[in-house]
Design a protein around this ligand. Structure first.
Ligand SMILES: [Zn+2]
Length: 157
């Protein structure tokens, strides 16, 4: 999934289940894999599938898109939820929610070969649902639902 549903769902589930920010981070982290197993559209949907041993490389537009989305959604989260008493849990859940994608897609590609990170990446790629390009449209709905429910919950509780 893209950054927004990962971040918001991590925040919402963490806010619903814990008051501890380290635990919130872990909840967001594990939720990432669950969400990526759901059919969804993301920039990768439109990229050619790498061969089994080929490095996945993103074109520049994906980095620009992801960075912009990152900045915008954090601004939205800060504006909407900064007054919440457990704002640190909301932030940590959101950070955990996007941590896997940051670890894996940052420009320091050497990190991908490090122990533990390498295994995390392996699980991530195994579990990730790759929607066929022609069906990208259907991949928008699960994300809209996740974003909608998460914002609704975070605003109301
Ligand atoms: Zn992911």
């Amino acid at each position: 999934m893209i950054i927004t549903p990962h971040l918001l769902a991590g925040s919402a589930v963490a806010a619903a289940t814990t008051n501890s920010w380290p635990l919130a981070f872990l909840i967001g982290f594990f939720l990432h894999f669950v969400l990526d197993a759901v059919p969804h559209v993301d920039p990768g949907t439109f990229q050619p599938k790498p061969l089994p041993d080929e490095e996945k490389k993103w074109p520049l537009w994906i980095y620009i898109y992801a960075l912009s989305e990152f900045v915008v959604i954090w601004a939205v989260v800060i504006i909407l939820f900064q007054h919440k008493p457990n704002f640190n849990v909301i932030m940590a859940g959101g950070m955990g929610g996007i941590a896997v994608d940051i670890l894996e897609n940052n420009p320091f590609r050497v990190m991908r070969t490090w122990p533990i990170l390498k295994q995390i990446q392996w699980v991530h790629e195994k579990i990730h649902y790759d929607l066929p390009k022609e069906k990208w449209f259907w991949g928008a709905f699960p994300q809209i639902i996740v974003v909608g429910i998460s914002i609704w919950y975070l605003l109301k509780y």
